[in-house]
Design a protein around this ligand. Structure first.
Ligand SMILES: [Fe+2]
Length: 461
């Protein structure tokens, strides 16, 4: 039987400390207090936010943002009142660890996987399911999403249901950023894999049935990391940057298995959602993108925008250097392989979101997290900004001592969790999307710590 690596010292890891320090408690709290402002009475629904929050001290390392057990924090808004609940996603692997009282699985960088004698034949020799990245609701299903492991369905009150494989089409999971087309009700997903076919996509109809795919993307001959993608009314846009997995390195535990190879450039596939026209390919200098705002058809052109990094802003071995980024708009014309790209806002930012009711259509406003103070570390934000992708005009809310998370549209408002960097008091902020500079219309005290996390969703009633 192989021996697991030792527990880490969380103090050695930025993403296990301070505003990111995990919590172990689960609670239900009714009638939260608005410490400033008033909760808009017509804002009715549940805001759910996901994130990696290790239940036990991690073994052998910790790779942000991919590791840590999923914990969902949810605030329900109804008739001007708010309530809060948080829960771990109780996957079979986490249930085993809770029974043992300690971590059994180790960091993906350690190369260690537990034996069947310890975890049984179903869970042995495979990565732990970590559905900790995002939340989507489609066809009445609320899904806590993972990348490179299975996603899980959850209930409105955050009970964990079964793994969501889309009817068996994706037994090992799909992606963390599916797109729901508000006009057709379809959900479009993709999946990257460490083996052929390396990149696939599929369409799930409004009734939850996979009606197209999984379809392989032709012309991909290596395992590329692809975190997010874009849909328009007629197209799927997959940006394939040169972030390439070296499986051999991973198996031998020889440093980061993810190589950045800028000499290969970035390729962009424009795929016909109906599966009729052939895929169009575009080629440009290497850039990396974690997240896109949105895309749309402009005549025969495809236009999309997102946060562009000059290189892969993460090293799985933990050596995250400086990176520069901006908000960029891309235009892809038929009949040429050239990518037309321009900077919209020249500033570092992340977590771009639009109003989900505009996905795949022309959008007028993007909300992001950004930094004002020079000392704010990578992965944290002290400001929420909205930008107009056509004009580049911006509006900024300076959150002061608050570290804010991804801004999520809820109708005409934006929601985000915020944690005070000085005393870790935590809040839900509600801002007007058309006037973030005015500051929150309501600041709701949660009453316990909500660590910084990843993506969330507004689920209107
Ligand atoms: Fe993401």
């Amino acid at each position: 039987m192989s021996t697991p690596p030792a527990p880490v010292d969380p103090a050695d890891y930025d993403f296990l400390s301070g505003c990111f320090a995990p919590i172990s408690t689960e609670c239900d709290r009714r009638e939260l207090t608005a410490v400033a402002g008033e909760i808009p009475p017509d804002l009715n629904g549940i805001y759910m936010r996901n994130g990696g929050n290790p239940r036990f001290t991690p073994l052998g390392g910790f790779v942000y943002p991919f590791e840590g057990d999923a914990m969902v924090h949810a605030v329900e808004l109804a008739d001007g009142k708010a309530s809060y609940r948080n829960r771990f996603l109780r996957t079979p692997a986490l249930a085993l660890e809770e029974k043992a009282g300690h971590a059994i699985w180790a960091s993906l960088m350690s190369g260690y996987q537990p034996d069947p004698e310890v975890v049984g034949p179903d869970l042995a020799y495979r990565p732990k399911d970590l559905p900790s990245i995002n939340i989507v609701r489609h066809h009445g299903r609320i899904i806590a999403l993972a990348e490179q492991s299975r996603s899980y369905r959850i209930t409105e009150d955050l009970r964990t249901l079964e793994a969501e494989t889309l009817g068996g089409a994706f037994p090992m999971g799909f992606c963390a950023h599916p797109k729901v087309d508000p006009t057709t009700g379809e959900m479009v997903v993709f999946q990257y894999a460490l083996w052929a076919p390396f990149l696939q996509w599929a369409v799930v109809d409004r009734d939850g049935r996979v009606v197209s795919g999984p379809n392989p993307v032709e012309g991909i001959d290596a395992a590329h990391m692809v975190h997010d993608f874009v849909i328009t009314a007629t197209k799927i846009v997959l940006v394939v940057s040169p972030a390439i997995f070296e499986l051999e390195k991973l198996l031998r535990g020889e440093g980061s298995p993810l190589d950045w190879r800028p000499d290969l450039g970035t390729r962009i596939a424009v795929i016909d959602r109906a599966g009729v026209s052939p895929t169009r390919w575009y080629q440009t200098d290497a850039f990396w993108t974690w997240h896109y705002g949105n895309g749309f058809d402009d005549g025969d052109d495809v236009v999309f925008d997102g946060v562009r990094w000059d290189h892969l802003g993460i090293d799985l071995a933990g050596d995250n250097g400086e990176n520069s980024g901006d908000y960029a708009r891309f235009r892809l014309r038929p009949g040429t392989a050239h990518v037309q790209v321009e900077t919209v806002v020249d500033r570092q930012m992340e977590f771009p979101r639009i109003d989900d009711r505009r996905v795949g259509q022309r959008h007028e406003r993007v909300a992001v997290g950004t930094r004002i103070r020079p000392g704010i570390p990578v992965g944290q934000f002290d400001a929420i900004m909205t930008l107009d992708p056509d004009t580049g005009s911006t509006a900024v809310f300076d959150a002061g001592d608050l570290a804010v998370g991804e801004p999520c549209f809820a109708g005409d408002h934006l929601l985000t969790f915020a944690i005070d960097r000085t005393d870790y008091r935590s809040f839900l902020l509600i801002l007007r999307a058309d006037d973030v500079a005015a500051g929150p219309v309501a600041t709701i005290a949660i009453g316990s710590r909500v660590p910084l996390g990843l993506h969330g969703a507004w689920l209107p009633s």
